[in-house]
Write a protein that binds this ligand. Structure first.
Ligand SMILES: Nc1nc2c(ncn2[C@@H]2O[C@H](COP(=O)(O)OP(=O)(O)OP(=O)(O)O)[C@@H](O)[C@H]2O)c(=O)[nH]1
Length: 287
């Protein structure tokens, strides 16, 4: 039997789920953050169940990392699913006002229900939720308009719980809810690893990078709108057309990185994650 390419540390998932459920108990509204490069892989199938009847605002963060055309395609696709996807760039503070407004609208509905039951209004309580490293802390900081939450390059950084006021009408838990891994989906796991949204997992950089190269090649062949030009050729002066992901990695290592395949794999992954390969929508809306 071959070992899976991506494995999580035992105990971590149960712990993450428990912490998440205790946070969800406290709130009226959930701001669910996904990575705009991989909106399906950063969806957890249990989220609707965990959220139950609470209001939800769907946020696709890192909008700066995909082409504008793809943003429009995702917006349309989510509409066909009866959902409104709000795009943000939490790093540069774009799209934030619409998120606060959506949370506030959810709060207005909650207070209408309270009013109908003869209760006094109160601020809506919200939490930001998502996979590691999708930009939850950056979004919280933008909503607060100041820097109270550590926003780190490293995946899986955790903090303690505190309520903070965004406005008279909204209170936010300053610690985001972190989604546990979805164990049975290796294809999504590869994409999460490529995007560094995977938290405390062990994975094989070379297989992950080979998958990234294959995905980029696939997009170039079928959906050029999802990608800017030929990013691998532009960056490394080696065209991937004649290679598989794996053989490209080896050929590039030989040409440029003293045959160090691991270093080559890390270099490509880092370049992708920093946006040096340009904007790339790794996932497309289903037909
Ligand atoms: N380009 C870009 N970078 C972003 C965006 N949002 C966050 N980042 C960067 O992504 C990295 C991770 O962001 P965080 O806000 O720490 O992510 P998180 O989801 O809180 O991460 P964990 O604490 O690991 O769960 C940081 O370096 C941010 O500056 C965005 O919209 N665009």
């Amino acid at each position: 039997m071959t070992t899976p390419a991506i494995q999580w540390y035992p105990g971590h998932i149960a712990k993450a789920e428990k912490a998440l459920l205790s946070q969800l108990k406290l709130v009226d509204v959930v701001l669910e953050v996904r990575d705009a490069r991989i909106p399906l892989s950063t969806h957890h199938p249990q989220v609707p169940h965990w959220i139950g009847t609470k209001a939800r605002v769907l946020v696709l963060n890192r909008m700066d990392m995909i082409p504008t055309l793809m943003r429009n395609r995702w917006t349309e696709w989510f509409q066909t699913q009866g959902e409104e996807a709000l795009f943000t760039d939490a790093q540069h503070g774009k799209g934030i006002e619409a998120i606060a407004q959506a949370a506030q609208n959810a709060g207005a509905q909650m207070n209408q229900r309270r009013h109908d039951r003869g209760m006094l209004p109160r601020p809506v309580r919200a939490v930001v939720l998502g996979f590691p490293n999708v930009g939850k802390s950056a979004l919280i900081n933008r909503l607060l308009k100041r820097r109270v939450v550590e926003s780190a390059r490293r995946a899986g950084v955790t903090r303690q719980l505190r309520w903070v006021r965004i406005s008279d009408q909204i209170e936010l838990l300053d610690a985001p809810g972190v989604l546990p891994s979805k164990l049975n989906d290796q294809e999504a796991a590869f994409k999460l690893a490529i995007c560094d949204d995977i938290g405390e997992a062990a994975y094989d950089n070379q297989r992950v990078t080979s998958t990234l190269i294959d995905l980029i090649k696939g997009l170039q062949a079928t959906t050029p709108d999802a990608i800017s030009g030929n990013p691998l050729r532009s960056r490394y002066e080696l065209d991937p057309a004649e290679f598989t992901g794996e053989s490209y990695l080896h050929a590039l290592a030989e040409q440029k990185y003293q045959n160090d395949v691991e270093r080559t794999a890390r270099q490509i992954l880092n370049d992708f994650r920093k946006g040096i390969l340009g904007s790339i929508a790794l996932e497309l809306p289903p037909n």
